[in-house]
Design a protein around this ligand. Structure first.
Ligand code: GLN
Length: 452
């Protein structure tokens, strides 16, 4: 099989499924095929397992010369003039960027229903959401059309869609991957991460995109280990905490049963799984929506109708340019976050909201630190329920926000975590979440691989 054949078959499948799944915003046919031809001509380096492999990239990760919209009308026709660091690193390994995936607008949402480009459909049941915000990336991998995809995770946007579509999704430690070229949402929370069918592929993909980047001062100079180095090693004696809050109220009974089975698998392999507590985790959602929205309100100031993307016509003054452009260019969910964030940061509310949320964040970090003094990993469900029907929750922001109750604390604490397929409820996949210590992705992958 030549790379050209592989890429052209992949494109045909993606285009055929696009009509039903709507998992792409842009399919990169012409460029992908010419890149494939180039690789065929130059020959594949046998040491580079990624050469010629088609990978899908979430549409908030910028790609030079390839439309990047963040699923917003605001950037509906935006073509970047440089590549994100992760994209440069993929290209250095001769990966083929097969297309840009659908998502919630500016990654704000958990169902891929806030996209300006329409809903994505879950490949397991087309009437259900794929989760979000990285719903398109999850869908193309789950449908078997892309070997891997990149997503971004601010409060669960890689792990939750991975859970809803039955794939492996990893949010690495904050700082593990450069955010240069990721359209910013909540800068202290955002991380790019790999979405794949297998744990091993996931570790391998993380290896080629991780590491220090001088263009992102929050990227870490910690050495990048071989993330697969512990895969296949015995987990006997490994100490794993199961937070009682993660199997408490609001979590679907059938989901709990799937997680109990996963606990049994780990116990049978010799791991020691014990109940622990993360007492402040229930305040995570409240703190996150203040902090995330505050950062978003600041990050989204740049979309002013002057420098990037959409500009309203028929404007009479500079004020008009701003107001009309932003009123017409942003969707409702994005506006809701900007209002919430601006309010929380305003002089009269800062102490009561932003400052309090920042204090709660510290308490949540302390909870994790305490548990990690005695445990190697923490496990639990990724999401309270399996995927739900398209349209069922989109008009009810508070219910939507609660769907991320189990993933958000991890972003607030900057920890690495993965979701991997653990079972099914009524024919829909359910994910197990594995949370590790900062920069200990290897142990997370080791435990994850025990399920394969
Ligand atoms: N669903 C969460 C939100 O809407 C998380 C989004 C994300 O991780 N990008 O903020």
């Amino acid at each position: 099989l030549t790379v050209t054949e592989l890429v052209s078959q992949t494109l045909d499948q993606i285009e055929a499924d696009q009509k039903v799944l709507n998992d792409f915003i842009t399919i990169n046919r012409t460029d992908a095929l010419s890149k494939a031809k180039e690789i065929d001509e130059k020959g594949i380096d046998p040491d580079n397992i990624w050469a010629g492999i088609p990978i899908a990239v979430k549409d908030n990760i910028i790609t030079k010369g390839l439309k990047t919209t963040a699923a917003s009308k605001m950037l509906g026709n935006f073509t970047p003039i440089y590549d994100a660091t992760v994209v440069e690193r993929l290209q250095a390994h001769d990966v083929i960027i097969i297309g840009k995936t659908n998502m919630d607008e500016f990654a704000m949402g958990g169902s891929t229903e806030t996209s300006f480009f329409g809903d994505t459909h879950n490949p397991w049941d087309h009437t259900k959401v794929p989760g979000g915000s990285s719903g398109g990336s999850a869908t193309t991998v789950s449908a078997g059309n892309s070997i891997a995809a990149l997503g971004s995770d601010t409060g669960g946007s890689i792990r939750q869609p991975a859970s809803y579509t039955g794939i492996v999704g990893v949010k690495p430690t904050y700082g593990r991957i450069s955010r240069y070229g990721l359209i910013a949402f909540g800068s202290s929370l955002d991380q790019i991460g790999p979405m794949t069918r297998s744990v091993e592929d996931n570790a391998a993909l993380l290896n080629i995109i991780a590491g220090l980047d001088e263009r992102d001062l929050t990227s870490s100079d910690k050495e990048v280990p071989d993330f697969a180095s512990k895969i296949g090693k015995d987990i006997k004696g490994m100490k794993i905490g199961l937070p009682k809050e993660y199997l408490g109220e609001g979590i679907d009974e059938a989901v709990k049963a799937v997680i109990q089975e996963a606990v049994q698998v780990l116990t049978d392999l010799g791991a020691v799984v014990e109940e622990i507590s993360l007492p402040r985790s229930n305040y995570g959602v409240a703190a996150y929506y203040i902090i995330g929205s505050s950062e978003a309100s600041s990050n989204l100031q740049r979309f002013d109708g002057i420098r990037y993307g959409y500009r309203a016509d028929d404007v009479k003054s500079l004020e008009d340019v701003y107001v009309k452009t932003r009123s017409e260019g942003f969707g409702d969910e994005v506006k809701r976050r900007i209002m919430l964030g601006t309010y929380s940061l305003s002089a009269g509310s800062y102490d009561a909201y932003f400052k309090k949320a920042a204090q709660v964040r510290t308490l949540i970090i302390n909870d994790f630190n305490q548990v990690f003094e005695n445990y190697d990993l923490i496990i639990g469900p990724t999401a309270p329920t399996p995927a739900y029907a398209i349209g069922a929750e989109v008009d009810d922001p508070t219910t939507m926000y609660m769907n991320d109750i189990l993933t958000i604390p991890v972003n607030l604490a900057g920890l690495p975590a993965m979701s991997l397929p653990a079972g099914f409820v009524d024919g829909m996949p359910v994910g197990l979440q594995i949370i590790a210590k900062p920069f200990d992705e290897e142990t997370m992958y080791q435990a994850g691989a025990a399920f394969e």
